[in-house]
Design a binder for this molecule. Structure first.
Ligand code: GTR
Length: 385
């Protein structure tokens, strides 16, 4: 029955551009006291913290930063993985707070031919664990580790279930045990916040791993994982780059367009993803004090790459592109010009030479080798130099 109701809602969503209601986005450069932000100092000291707080209070919930200790152990190491091209490490990262532990199982391949610490792509894996098979008996374009290694980057992944099972009944069994106050607060974090928190803890680990350049970590996520990769990069400025793939509603797409998935629907089908306060905005996109262009702006001046798929209108490709477009002026405060036209590019026309990168891939809602090949091109321009 639930599946039927979901399908019905999706079918009733608006997919007609001419029916997008008129809307006004909150001005990313105007403070809550109506002061116009003109410099990057004003942005960094006044407006950016304000925006992060607004997202914490109204959308994703708080992001607790303190814990008692983080330790790690190497469960398995193979210096001769991928026919000698890479070193595999399976790392168990344990984070403890108030005697409650969380264990993150990290799979990491580091290219052998590279000298010195290497940049890394970290995937927040929201799909099957066999997508990140450390033995490489199974290979998947969702995490094409060989392609990334051949391009001179390290590649890593952890599964969201280590932090918070993606389930309304059991999502509390993970990070939320470390921060029980989050469970009762209306602005408490839930599953997506917990996954983003996990990405930040993996970054804590990278800072201890001398084979990894922790100043060049790209956080990658697809769909619900792409919502988490955005939130992680916005919250934690140590992430050097962010990839958000088909992240849609409460990811990179503008809510006010009310195109495809809407806030009411996401809060109803996935009540365990966002802060309780977010439910106040069901059917009320226009009173939300933020929109998703502000989340992208909070990642400035760091490079961000967003994607869509042509058949995935549910995730609103145009609304995603327009979110990037409306974040541009914050990058402008840093003297960074992106080359975004007013309208989205044609299908399969990636925008790489721009601090805000984008493509709309032909096809379905997915993370594919095509998407990764463009992540690598984008990183070659913006991360490696
Ligand atoms: C859908 C959800 C989207 C997106 C997607 C996914 O059901 O409505 O927001 O998260 O799942 O993660 O693949």
């Amino acid at each position: 029955v639930l599946i039927q109701v979901q399908a019905q809602n999706a079918a009733q969503a608006n997919y007609d551009e001419s029916k997008v209601p008129p809307y006004t986005l909150p001005d990313v450069l105007k403070t809550t006291k109506s002061k116009k932000v003109q410099t990057k100092t004003e942005w960094e000291t006044i407006r950016r913290p304000e925006i992060i707080k607004l997202f914490e209070e109204n959308v994703y919930g708080q992001m607790p930063k303190s814990y008692d200790r983080l330790t790690y152990s190497i469960k398995n190491k193979n210096a001769d993985a991928m026919a000698g091209k890479a070193t595999l490490k399976e790392v168990t990262i344990e984070v403890v707070k108030n005697n409650n532990p969380v264990k993150i199982n990290l799979v990491l391949f580091v290219p052998n031919r590279q000298k010195g610490p290497v940049p890394v792509f970290l995937l927040i894996n929201n799909r099957g664990k066999d997508n990140t098979d450390p033995t490489r008996a199974k290979k998947s374009d969702f995490w094409p580790a060989e392609m990334v290694i051949d391009s001179g980057y390290a590649i890593a992944a952890f599964h969201v279930s280590d932090l918070a099972p993606d389930d309304t009944a059991t999502y509390v069994n993970g990070v939320l045990q470390l921060y029980p106050e989050q469970l009762t607060a209306n602005d408490g974090m839930k599953a997506i916040g917990a996954w983003a928190w996990g990405a930040c803890r993996v970054l804590d680990y990278f800072e201890k791993d001398t084979t990894i350049d922790a100043k060049k970590v790209a956080v990658v996520g697809h769909s619900r994982g792409g919502k988490a990769s955005l939130w992680a990069a916005a919250e934690d400025q140590r992430f050097a780059m962010c990839m958000t793939n088909c992240s849609g509603n409460t990811g990179a797409a503008l809510a006010r367009r009310q195109f495809g998935e809407r806030i009411n629907r996401i809060n109803t089908v996935f009540p365990h993803w966002f802060a309780t306060n977010y439910k106040k905005f069901n059917h009320k996109e226009n009173v939300l004090p933020v929109d998703q262009h502000m989340l992208i702006a909070a990642i400035a001046p760091r490079p961000l790459y967003a994607t869509n798929a042509s058949k995935d209108l549910w995730a609103d490709p145009t609304g995603t592109y327009l979110a990037l477009k409306n974040a541009e002026k914050v990058y402008g405060l840093y003297g960074l010009t992106s080359n975004l036209n007013a309208n989205p590019p044609a299908i399969n026309q990636p925008i790489i030479n721009s601090i805000l990168g984008y493509h709309n891939r032909e096809g379905e809602h997915n993370l594919t080798a095509y998407d990764w090949s463009n992540f690598i091109k984008f990183a070659n321009v913006h991360l490696k130099k």
